[in-house]
Ligand binder design. Structure first.
Ligand code: HEC
Length: 96
């Protein structure tokens, strides 16, 4: 509940004030046509961790470029960083 309140608050306050990471890095593709919109991603993935594992799948399957700073976008959208860590040190860890 607190998250919802924080999100609504962030959206009301944040939207007109500045173009966030989502707007500058993701929105060009995630417009609901090329890729799912912010709204539908937020509906589908309730936590930053669920969001990040979806990001990983999309990147590793070659649908989406790597290295766009997804963790920071997760922080922007959910108000906190994902806790999910790479299980093993692999060459893909630095990609996100
Ligand atoms: C070059 C275009 C492009 C950019 C830029 C891009 N994406 Fe994507 N993204 C895609 C495509 C294409 C998919 C796959 C959509 C599908 O499978 O239907 C995808 C999938 C995703 C998914 C998984 C969606 C799902 O339902 O499984 C997430 C989460 C996501 N992107 C987040 C982001 C974030 C956050 C950013 C900004 C840092 C970003 N994307 C930038 C093209 C892009």
């Amino acid at each position: 509940m607190r998250t919802v309140v924080a999100l609504v608050f962030a959206l009301i306050l944040g939207a007109p004030a500045y173009a966030g990471l989502w707007e500058t890095k993701c929105a060009s593709c995630h417009n609901g046509t090329v890729a799912p919109s912010k709204k539908s991603l937020l509906e589908k993935y309730k936590t930053p961790d669920a969001f990040m594992s979806a990001v990983r799948k999309a990147v590793l399957s070659g649908k989406m470029p790597h290295g766009l700073g997804y963790r920071f976008v997760a922080k922007e959208l959910y108000g906190r960083f994902p806790t999910l860590q790479c299980r093993q040190r692999c060459k893909n860890c630095g990609r996100f």
